[in-house]
Design a protein around this ligand. Sequence first.
Ligand code: NAP
Length: 346
Amino acid sequence: MAAEQEAVSNKRVILSNYVTGFPKESDMKITSGSIKLKVAEGSKDTVLLKNLYLSCDPYMRWRMSKLDRPSFVDSFHPGEPINGYGVAKVLDSTHPNYAKDDLVWGSTGWEEYSLVTAPQLLIKIQHTDVPLSYYTGILGMPGVTAYAGLYEVCSPKKGEYVYVSAASGAVGQLVGQFAKLAGCYVVGSAGSKEKVDLLKNKFGFDDAFNYKQEPDLDAALKRCFPQGIDIYFENVGGKMLDAVLLNMRLRGRIAVCGMISQYNLEKPEGVHNLEQLIGKRIRLEGFLAGDYYHLYPKFLELVIPAIREGKMVYVEDIAEGLENAPAALVGLFTGRNVGKQLVAVA
Ligand code: NAP
């Protein structure tokens, strides 16, 4: 029998049960299935992937719940492997656009090998002189998020004052660097001294603070932005948004990228200072990276040379092996990750 006709084991990360509150490692378990390393005869438009890197993203928390309100994503199914963004190598394909040994990024399973029947959700990797893992971050969905949220939603102008929360993470570290490229004054907040040092000394933020050590967020923002904030890149929500609203300038823009402080709450906190939107004519706009993938070629034209020339840097936090994937994913919600959290599949 040809080697690829024999089934091999396929380690997977399974959702044990729907999650309420903060997710725990024990909400997932590692199991072993089996898979043939060949697309079955007669299967049309199917791609067999060897997964190389898996991306840990906060939106995956919603998918771990039994969703009872409208959402742009579906729930994961308990007992089945979870899925998300990843980087993979094509082992076999019956789809005309993908061939053996192609490298791709996009939607895949949290397992060693995945059979993908919707390869329109995969993008072929053209530039391989940069780390492949970057396609889970700076060159993948978080990169497009930072680029679109800042440039398309907020249209930054030279000299404007930009504030980024969760600023050392996958998206935030890029927003700060894009804002500096646009000639803005940029301040970020993060949850530890190590992260604040990164913001100031590695990513080129003009200033940064540890929000966990600020008893009064309004006072911290007034200290960092005596003139007020033109652009707020919102990653956390809750009390931070309320404090920012008090410090926005006339015709300010708030790109609502995420609200991670709310994702594990049974009842979301209220926002109290929304009336600030009126007098200051502030635009508060939610957005999804998925609406901007048509800009991906233009985005690469900016970011690939910037990486090669050292004008942009990226910090990753890589967990080794699928066994460590559950801890890596839940760590996003306690700030355990320093930089973009991903998993290297052994
Ligand atoms: P990340 O920042 O790399 O990781 C999450 C970080 O959030 C943690 O490291 C932690 O950093 C912070 N955090 C966790 N719980 C918090 C809380 N209760 N209050 C304040 N900060 C908290 O994650 P990311 O992938 O870059 O995502 C950042 C945000 O963007 C998330 O809200 C995510 O949902 C959103 N997002 C949106 C889109 C879109 O298309 N709209 C796409 C990607 C991501 P600290 O140590 O600094 O607290």
